[in-house]
Design a binder for this molecule. Structure first.
Ligand code: FAD
Length: 334
């Protein structure tokens, strides 16, 4: 392999029901920064069926070029056809770096692709940078239960591949003056490529929670005392047009569904406002929320570590403070 043949940063853009997923826009922003450091281009690759509309959005968010593969075999995510299509684009394009969101789809797709193109993969990264002397991608992720941050490099193979958790990177401001090329890429699928047939898609009927997209989160921990007290947090969240999230302690206790969990083994969030109610602020929890714009913490223990990251701290009983907040907010709503 001649490493110098590989140039530029490629982002796999994930779509579901032809809607571009937020994580892909986050990755385009990061790819833009990396490509500028390398003085190279950003290529966005999107796979699907009838996906030709609105591809300029990818340029507005940082791409120099969009490559799309439009085929009925790519309508709904299936491992094999997606792997084949992405590998063919990568083999043709020879990027130096490939970034994929660490979503359910990305976590399935990225290892297949990396094995097939004979390169390494660093999964679940929380930060990416370039080592200027070597042009190596510095891929950082938590290791040993979050106790250390490991920076991993892939010096002898190209592309350097990484999956990145949703919510970690910031979306760049949409810039409609940006220009770029949009190109179609054709794949010859054979019968062997279609080893799975989708008979029916059954969508989960339970209420969809997407705390990563919420602008305001009211988050509950063990300090709220009992599961029924989430009703108070929900009321506060509703008044603020926000959503409810939680610490792992209460998820493990079965007080609330895992979809709501913030932290190292939950979701990474960066809302405008994060209200931590009865949460101690363990390092694994902070890992998922400390990038929030404004943090309010309510805890009866003035020494609780959550206060170290809070912009406003309220020392008191959460089940007394939250009803007072609700009362106050109701007056503003009238
Ligand atoms: P506690 O630590 O028990 O804190 C409860 C807090 O409530 C205390 O600070 C207490 O002072 C306060 N309190 C009690 N009563 C009241 C009251 N009436 N009013 C106000 N305050 C009150 N945790 C996560 O959250 N997310 C993760 O993704 C995650 N991943 C992990 C991964 C690993 C590998 C490990 C080892 C742990 C992980 N944890 C995670 C667990 C983490 O270490 C903590 O145990 C957890 O965050 C604690 O949750 P908590 O703050 O709700 O509970």
């Amino acid at each position: 392999m001649n490493i110098s043949d590989y140039k530029g940063v490629l982002v796999f853009v994930e779509q579901r029901d032809n809607k571009i997923q937020r994580v892909s826009l986050e990755l385009l922003g990061k790819a833009r920064d990396i490509a500028d450091k390398l003085n190279e281009k950003v290529t966005a690759v999107i796979l699907g069926n009838n996906i030709k509309n609105n591809l300029e959005e990818l340029i507005y968010h940082g791409a120099d070029e969009v490559i799309y593969v439009d085929h009925q075999n790519l309508d709904i995510y299936i491992t094999e056809p997606y792997t084949k299509a992405l590998c063919e684009v990568i083999n043709d394009k020879k990027p130096e770096i490939v970034l994929i969101g660490a979503t359910a789809i990305g976590r399935d797709l990225a290892p297949r692709v990396s094995a097939r193109i004979y390169t390494g993969l660093t999964a679940d990264c929380t930060s990416l940078d370039i080592e200027e002397e070597t042009r190596n991608l510095l891929m950082t992720r938590p290791a040993f239960g979050g106790n250390i941050m490991a920076t991993i490099i892939c010096p002898e193979h190209r592309p350097q591949m990484s999956t990145v958790r949703p919510g970690v990177m910031e979306i760049k401001e949409r810039d409609t003056s940006r220009k770029g090329d949009i190109k179609e890429f054709f794949i010859d699928f054979t019968k062997e490529d279609i080893n799975v047939e989708i008979l029916e898609v059954v969508k989960e009927t339970k209420e969809k929670v997407n705390i990563e997209e919420a602008k305001i989160l009211v988050s509950g921990g063990r300090g709220i005392g009992k599961p029924e007290n989430f009703a108070l947090l929900k009321e506060l969240a509703m008044l603020l047009d926000g959503q409810v999230s939680a610490s792992r302690a209460v998820v493990d206790a079965g007080w609330i569904d895992k979809d709501h969990q913030v932290g190292q083994t939950g979701k990474t969030v960066r809302p405008n406002l994060y209200i931590a109610c009865g949460i101690s602020g363990a390092i694994q929890h902070l890992a998922g929320m400390e990038e929030s714009e404004f943090i309010v913490a309510i805890n009866k223990d003035s020494e609780a570590p959550i206060f170290e990251v809070a912009d406003v701290g309220i020392v008191g009983d959460v089940n007394k403070v939250v009803p007072l907040l609700i009362e106050e907010l109701k007056q503003y709503k009238l």
